[in-house]
Design a protein. Sequence first.
Length: 230
Amino acid sequence: MNTSTFYNKLNKVGSNVYPIEEEILMPSNHIYEAELQHDNINDSSVEVYTGTNLTGDPVGYTLTTPTETPWKRIIHVESSAEYIYITYETIGDQVEGDDINRLQNELIRTQNAVTELEAEVTGSIAGYTWNRLMGIRSEDLLEITTQPVSQTTTAGTEVSFSVVAQGVGLTYQWQYAEAGISIWENFTSGNAATLSVTPTASWDGRLIRCILTNGAGTTAVTNTVTLTVT
């Protein structure tokens, strides 16, 4: 994501004069042309050198004034130096509608970026998107959003238990434990989000749960529910 640069505005207060030095990394074509960072400069105070504080070699330049914003200056510099340093004096900056419009546009762009980032933090179920903030992938995420609920049925009547979860590459293993016995066993056909069984009377009081595993090996266990057979 590109980051915008904003410069501090200098208030026009009384007879204040602000000394400014801009450090510029020269483009690969050795030509730099841009607006000076501040407004209302003293044209005769402009100096360009290859070192800070008017050191190094002086560099030639030209200044132009935009027709619609005469308080600004555009500087054109040609130099083979890696960096140049532009110094000048200003009495302070104008605050104009264009500044407010630019700020509003950047706020919108920032909000869009935050929204996109929020989606990545939540995790993309289909996209294996890398989390920009914490370095975790969406396939590491596993969240049970709907738990199974206890069911009551009659012997010989099919009944179903379901779980809903968010994650990538999910597998399911439904399990049961007989009433009063804390030993869990797997349903041989319990490998989907929904378990459908046709119980006998002996199943009354069975405890039911599901173990979920995602593609990254993270596991989660549902709430334990009860099957009542009348």
